[in-house]
Design a protein around this ligand. Structure first.
Ligand SMILES: Cc1ncc(COP(=O)(O)O)c(C=O)c1O
Length: 386
């Protein structure tokens, strides 16, 4: 029998940490939905569980799988990505200084700005991927949290996690990496020095677009960790048993879903890279993407399925293409098995800085020929706007 730590991530994930139910032999972990837990004859808690607002066995099982995949000591699951990131900022000392990208997931950004407007935190921004600009915004001894997203919503710019972590630690701050577009089968922020790895588990981890979830992972010695757990307990934002059970189901196929998604996206980007109707493709897997080299260093098993395509032609053309697509589904979100197309400026708003001619694609696991054919027909259907 091999030692546990020599077992590959794929194996841990596929077998849900070698789960076999002790009484029935079920190979699928059970879903234990209960709000409360009976004490034993000595009035002791049986397995440490007291009330489901704090923790429950199905959620703990999902957390243990993710902690293994993230090379973390512990993970905490939340009922959305937003509630996970909100808990981190809530856990900071009052009046903390936060540095975040000027382009990142727009609702996370809006929430930070709202907190700054209410003087709960002070906030400075830097352009995603620009480490010199990041360094200039850090206030040694004062900055508490640096929040990066890599690859980042919008142009999928890439930030060197190891350098960002060095900058954070030299100033006494912690680094949180929103790694939603790069799940742990390809990028493990903690192994590059980050303090917190953050995911909207709604996306690749969940992978089937059927629930929302968020997860934070860290090492035991992170000072903020117990406070984050307390915030989750106060707010009741823990991921419930049913969603945790769905998540365990999803994690079992994470590696194969992500590999197919990455292969499809690479083929799609290569096909359209020199297309007459394409101005630019922003995809970290392409050699000409400004973040390609760093992405290659820190995304070890594929570049994922997220890309943005700037369309040639009249401003209205990208929006029209989103309407004309027949297989790509016109919906927000990302990381599911089905491909999505989004006119991002419509969703993120005119203040987002997202150009009118940008289409955000989340490439799924369908047959690549069908995806290419659909995009080609959308170009043809909108030729009048070329
Ligand atoms: C990069 C990124 N981070 C965080 C979130 C927020 O996650 P959720 O929608 O699960 O709250 C999203 C959602 O789209 C996202 O794309």
């Amino acid at each position: 029998m091999k030692q546990k730590n020599s077992i590959a991530q794929e194996t841990h994930a596929a077998q849900a940490l070698r789960h076999i139910d002790k009484t029935t032999g079920s190979v699928v972990p059970p879903m234990l939905a209960t709000s409360t837990f009976a004490r034993d004859e000595n009035y002791d808690l049986r397995e440490g569980y007291i009330y489901s607002r704090y923790a429950g066995p199905t959620t703990t099982h999902a957390e243990d799988i993710i902690a293994t995949l993230e090379s973390a000591d512990e993970s905490l699951l939340f009922n959305s990505g937003m509630s996970a990131s909100v808990a981190v900022v809530e856990a900071l000392p009052s009046q903390s200084h936060v540095v975040a990208q000027s382009m990142m997931y727009h609702v996370g950004l809006q929430w930070l700005e709202r907190q700054a407007a209410r003087s709960v935190i002070s906030l400075d921004h830097f352009p995603a991927g620009d480490l010199n600009a990041l360094a200039a915004q850090i206030k040694p001894g004062k900055t508490n949290l640096i929040w990066i997203e890599t690859p980042a919503n919008g142009d999928w710019s890439v930030t060197d996690i190891a350098i960002a972590a060095e900058l954070a630690h030299a100033a006494g701050a912690i680094l949180m990496v929103d790694s939603t577009a790069a799940p742990p089968c390809t990028q493990q922020p903690l192994t590059h020095g980050a303090d917190i790895s953050f995911h909207s588990a709604t996306k690749y981890m969940g992978g089937h677009s059927d629930f929302t979830a968020g997860v934070l992972s860290a090492r035991k010695d992170l000072k903020l960790w117990d406070e984050i757990r307390s915030v989750r307990g106060f707010q009741g934002t823990i991921l419930p048993a049913f969603e945790a059970w769905l998540l365990i189901r999803s994690l079992r196929t994470l590696h194969v879903r992500f590999a197919q998604t990455s292969n499809n996206a690479m083929a799609f980007a290569n096909h359209f890279a020199n297309h007459k109707d394409v101005q630019t493709i922003l995809y970290p897997g392409l050699l000409n993407h400004p973040g390609h080299k760093i992405a290659k260093k820190q995304m070890q098993n594929g570049f994922g399925g997220m890309m943005s395509i700037l369309i040639n032609g009249a401003d209205i053309r990208a929006l029209e293409m989103a309407k004309q697509a027949e297989l790509f589904i016109p919906a927000t979100s990302l990381g599911g098995v089905e491909s999505l197309i989004e006119h991002r400026r419509t969703v993120a708003g005119p203040d987002s800085g997202i150009p009118e001619n940008l289409l955000r694609l989340s490439i799924g696991i369908e047959h690549i020929d069908d995806l290419i054919a659909d995009f080609e027909q959308a170009f043809m259907a909108t030729a009048g706007h070329a």
